[in-house]
Design a protein around this ligand. Sequence first.
Ligand SMILES: Nc1nc2c(ncn2[C@@H]2O[C@H](COP(=O)(O)OP(=O)(O)OP(=O)(O)O)[C@@H](O)[C@H]2O)c(=O)[nH]1
Ligand SMILES: [Mg+2]
Length: 380
Amino acid sequence: MAEKANILVLGTSGAGKSTLINTVIGREVAKVGNGKHVTEEMQMYESDDLNFRLIDSRGFEYNFWNTKKTVKDMRIWLREGLQDKKPRIHMLWFCVDATSKRFTRQTVRTVEEVKKIWKDVPIIVVLTKSFFVAEDEENIEMVKETFRKFAKKTGMPIAIIPVLAEPPKGMDILPRGIEKLVRTTEENLDSAMRDADEAVRDFDLKYKRMKAQALTLAAASSGAVVGAVPIAFPDAAILTPMEGALITGISKIYNLDQTEDLTKTVIARIIEAGTVSMIAKTALNQLKLIPGLANLAADVLNAIVAGAIVLGIGEASAIIMERVYTGKIDPENLDWINKIVEGKMGMIVKKMTEISAGQQGKINPAALLKILAKEMFKIG
Ligand SMILES: Nc1nc2c(ncn2[C@@H]2O[C@H](COP(=O)(O)OP(=O)(O)OP(=O)(O)O)[C@@H](O)[C@H]2O)c(=O)[nH]1
Ligand SMILES: [Mg+2]
């Protein structure tokens, strides 16, 4: 069976979230009450007939901490409940009590807070307790107006649907709006799920790249590089064990460590690109030409160059692994791998020279490498 979508049902306490869920699911599943805060814990409901799940949340009146806390709880709960690093929410049903006639800037803030996590998630505003058809138009207009005025970042809801989930006993009114709500939801789920998948992929890539960069910076500033005196540049065409370990570490981050050949290819290319030792020597000479740096101790200059080289190797490896991981590039495409390595190395040396020149002789290699890394990772 296709994966079900997750719909988060939000709204102030007593708005009628649980009542709505019971009606949509078609059974009394969620506890409903007159008192405040009936639903304390988040809860997920589903039915065989529906291709989405409904997640009932704790209702809360807007205030800063309430919202932050609830959104945080939500995140934790979702991560555990859905076993997903970045839990996917595909749609929001935002419940607004139609009888309250209150739909303010504060109310919209809750939505904004949630949208910070799930940026492009579509919203359906459900006007609950819509007892009177005659008031629909006015209520819909009120919601539209508030969104237009206060929810510029959030964007407009894809629909505003008046719903009466439970006709009051003894009154001659039928439930309404439920079918339309379900239909509108289903019509929009395909694209919502595609967007959410994309967002998760983006998140995954960013997360992996961040991990690779942290590893790279740690390697570049490690004692083995910065503290080694004198630095042995890999004249013989082998990288130091530490650099090999860095590349292997990055391949693990991209789950490519099973393809041992890839790691070997990348290492081989980095060596062949030639260039590591040539670049290192050129860089060293450039540094010596900078007034104020020439009389720095040789080991300080060595440390900077060696660290920069490791940064370049790490970043180039991350880019290569990322492209292979996403299937954008065939690891057999050696020319391309060469280009990346040379490009990154060239850029890092240029940046390094610029930053060193700005330091006016007071150079701490580890601190300089941090600045260099920051600059380089920013360019990505
Ligand atoms: N007659 C009628 N009453 C409703 C309807 N929806 C909600 N109510 C009433 O409104 C009150 C609150 O409803 P709940 O569904 O518990 O609201 P909630 O949003 O889940 O509240 P919390 O769990 O506290 O956040 C209850 O007394 C419900 O019976 C409806 O469609 N018709
Ligand atoms: Mg409830």
